[in-house]
Design a protein around this ligand. Sequence first.
Ligand SMILES: *Cc1c(COP(=O)(O)O)cnc(C)c1O
Length: 368
Amino acid sequence: MAKAQETVLEINLGALTHNFNYLKSKLQPNTKFLAVVKAFAYGSDAICIAKHLQNLHVDYLAVAYTKEGIALRDAGITLPILVLHPQPINFKKIIEGCLEPSLYSPKILTEFISVAEQEVQNNYPVHIKFNTGLNRLGFWENDIDYIVTKLKNTNSIIAKSLFSHLAASEDKNEERFTKNQINTFKTLVTEFKSKINYSPWTHLCNTSGVINYPEAHLDMVRCGIGLYGFGNSTKENSNLKPIANLKSVISQIHKLEPNETVGYNRAYTAKHFEKTATIPIGHADGIGRQFGNGKGYVIINNKKATIIGNICMDMIMVNITDIECNEGDEVIVFDNSHKANELAIAVNTISYEILTSISQRVKRSILS
Ligand SMILES: *Cc1c(COP(=O)(O)O)cnc(C)c1O
């Protein structure tokens, strides 16, 4: 692998294949696999990831917003695409792009039916989202009669699936709550199916649900973070491979005398004779201000270099007093051995946020 000479996010498609096969191995052979590629495929590159997943024969893709689905269609992705969180202003675009909306409230259902009728659709596939305890998006169990009546009064749409989302599938301490969500969902599915004359698919599990609740895999699972190499536990992290390496380079090295300060607002003061390296990555690239002042770090020549002072828009300064290095040397923010979930702990967040924060300014480089 060539050494980075600028800030670059390397995307390892071999690791993606490995993670997909690993997650698939947890499923029954006929359970379908939906790959969640929202937020630029968790901060990587949605188009390149979706193309690779299409080659791996995933059954479905999901994005959060309509715009993300349209971008995939424009890039030639032909898989069915579920839009998890659409708004009425985009319903016409959803139909034009052959995207499939999640319908999560009476207002959203009514407005989608009205647009589908205007667009003269017949059996347009939609996905009915139920709230079983996350209290974020979704119909309640007692909305079933309302939904069924709406479905019976129109030919424009068909419920291709019924789904819900687990609130704490990664947390063993919440096992009782999760089992209760699973049972609530199974009960409402039975009631729903008894009231219509066809059988929508059902799905409930995200990555941690796949790992921890095999009894809830149902017809399909929806995996995001696992595909990108993280399993929300030490054990599962060791079975998965991070697909993205964020690397950069040392632009300049400075020698400080005691009491000299570094960066904006003079937030760091040298206590001794110290050495710093300036790196071309800042808050506009996804290294947020919470990484500053000793919290975050990068890896230089296999050693941790702490970020000192405030994070700038386009650069950070790190302490290299005890590290042998030169201008032009490679810097690792995270990779396969210095993992994003460990960095996440240092800056008080989770792997999801570290990954999705990497901004579009950072060059992507595909390793195949
Ligand atoms: C983001 C998302 C997922 C994927 O969750 P992971 O924990 O990343 O596997 C699944 N379902 C829904 C509804 C989501 O919003």
